[in-house]
Design a protein around this ligand. Structure first.
Ligand SMILES: [Cu+2]
Length: 201
């Protein structure tokens, strides 16, 4: 109802060469709300997202390296990413399904502290599997995250997804003694038996 009387004068003003001031005034009165509504929030929102992401990143980074006194990159409570150029003992791990179960063979590996292991992950099954090396606590937490994001695929120094009939490799140096976990974190797989233990002495 207020739009009808406003629109024609504005159209005229826009066409008038000498009416720059007035049409501009009218535009600045009339357009800002819609312009603001259309254009201002996105950058604002963008900024807010950037801040949120930066904060989230900082929190994640803080969480990942929260282990006090061990802040070297890649350092974890279960060791460090290996150096493929250095010698390593090969440990083959077969991934497969059998009678409604899913498993790793072997599901127990013993390692000397300081030893570098080249895990040769052989998927003899019919579906994708993963090998995720971590502390048991970390893997159980990660398992819950995977339930929320089932499409998350891993290709990290400590984690690999392997297609059926394919072979994946992980080279890892176990610098700390302890008992650690390796699991397939694809939803349902660990629950079906796809987990194993690494003992570092
Ligand atoms: Cu699996």
């Amino acid at each position: 109802m207020t739009m009808t009387p406003y629109l024609p004068p504005e159209g005229e003003g826009a066409r008038r060469a000498d009416g720059g001031c007035r049409s501009r005034t009218r535009e600045s009165l009339k357009h800002p709300p819609s312009v603001a509504a259309r254009h201002l929030p996105p950058p604002e929102e963008g900024k807010r997202w950037a801040i949120a992401l930066a904060l989230g990143g900082a929190l994640l980074a803080g969480g990942a390296f929260a282990d006090p006194g061990h802040k070297h990159s890649g350092d974890t409570p279960y060791g460090v990413p290996g150096d493929p150029k250095k010698p390593a003992r090969v440990v083959q791990i077969v991934m497969r399904e059998a009678d409604g179960k899913m498993l790793f063979v072997p599901d127990r590996v013993e390692v000397r502290r300081g030893e570098q292991i080249r895990f040769q992950l052989r998927n003899n099954g019919e579906i994708d599997h993963e090998f995720v090396l971590a502390t048991l606590e970390e893997n159980l937490k990660h398992l819950e995250e995977m339930k929320k994001n089932p499409d998350m695929e891993h290709d990290d120094p400590n984690a690999k997804r392997v297609k059926p009939k394919a072979i994946g490799t992980i080279v890892w140096r176990f610098t700390k003694s302890g008992t650690f976990d390796f699991s397939c974190l694809i939803p349902g797989h660990r629950e079906s038996g796809m987990t194993g233990t690494i003992i570092v002495k």
